[in-house]
Design a binder for this molecule. Structure first.
Ligand code: ZN
Length: 198
């Protein structure tokens, strides 16, 4: 990228480090940013640094939030006895968008993958088990239907079984390997309603 000035190359390089951003897209974004009004660029830069500085994990469900407890966990109308386990905050958002789930969530931030060397200790399972010491009626496992998601579901089910708490798995119908966030709301609701005991 010698044909660009040093500062532009740096910007392109930084942008291309983001997931899903190839060199071409990074170049397009870089030139777009340079053409933006200075005030807008500053706002963008500020939101990046502020998000990084102020966002933390919810004390209860482990999703990303800017408070100690996220808005869902601190909502008294939500049923704290029903916990839906998801892989990431995007999956949480997908279920929240349906507006039909009244329980709370637990975000694992990943899935078990022996191939990638991600074990049970690398996702937020310990935090889930701690939550189960409170009054919990049902744990709904809504990990993806990928190999990793299924492995994680089986592992969690086995872990919870001895506690006597009801464990269910969302119905298949969610395409194999499909990320929950790309699935439409009707399919998500059907998967939730058709959940089966593990
Ligand atoms: Zn929370």
């Amino acid at each position: 990228m010698d044909y660009y000035s040093n500062k532009i190359s740096q910007l392109i390089q930084q942008l291309s480090r983001l997931p899903g951003i190839g060199t071409k897209t990074a170049q397009r974004l870089a030139f777009h940013i340079i053409s933006m009004p200075e005030e807008q660029v500053r706002q963008l830069a500020d939101s990046l640094t502020e998000a990084k500085a102020n966002i933390c994990y919810c004390r209860s469900c482990q999703t990303l939030t800017d408070q100690e407890l996220c808005p869902i966990c601190s909502n008294p109308k939500r049923n704290q006895g029903q916990i839906m386990v998801v892989e990431n905050p995007r999956d949480l958002a997908a279920y929240e968008k349906t507006g039909k789930f009244e329980g709370v969530y637990h975000v694992l931030h990943g899935a078990i993958s022996p191939m990638l060397g991600i074990g049970p200790g690398d996702i937020r399972l310990k935090e889930l088990m701690q939550r189960l010491q409170g009054e919990v009626d049902e744990v709904i496992i809504a990990t993806n239907s990928s190999l990793e998601g299924e492995t994680t579901a089986m592992y969690i089910a086995k872990l919870i079984k001895p506690t006597g708490i009801k464990v269910t798995r969302i119905a298949s119908g969610v395409p194999v390997g499909g990320d929950l966030e790309y699935i439409d709301e009707v399919t998500l609701l059907r998967a939730l309603e058709g959940r089966t005991a593990l």
